[in-house]
Design a protein around this ligand. Structure first.
Ligand SMILES: [Zn+2]
Length: 83
């Protein structure tokens, strides 16, 4: 089992990979339903993929595990950590 990176850090990486200037822009597009992007949670892996909104976890072919989490799910986890 590889180390898991902090959700906030993964969110920033996902936004950068998807060419968004800010995490907020990435989340806004995800909320509007145009495109729900996900990123692998493994610290050594930055595999990204489109995800169904209802999908809790997506498959990462690099890690061969269900470790891809959607941007919105990551954002909720960041909010939880702040609460
Ligand atoms: Zn992975």
């Amino acid at each position: 089992m590889t180390a898991v990176e902090a959700p906030a850090s993964k969110l920033r990486k996902l936004a950068a990979i998807q060419d968004f200037d800010a995490v907020e822009d990435l989340l806004l597009e995800s909320k509007l339903g145009f495109n729900c992007s996900g990123i692998c949670l493994s610290a050594e892996c930055n595999y990204t993929s489109g995800l169904q909104h209802s999908a809790e976890l997506g498959y990462c072919p690099k890690c061969k595990a269900n470790t891809v989490k959607s941007a919105l799910s990551l954002a909720y986890r960041v909010e939880d950590a702040r609460a």
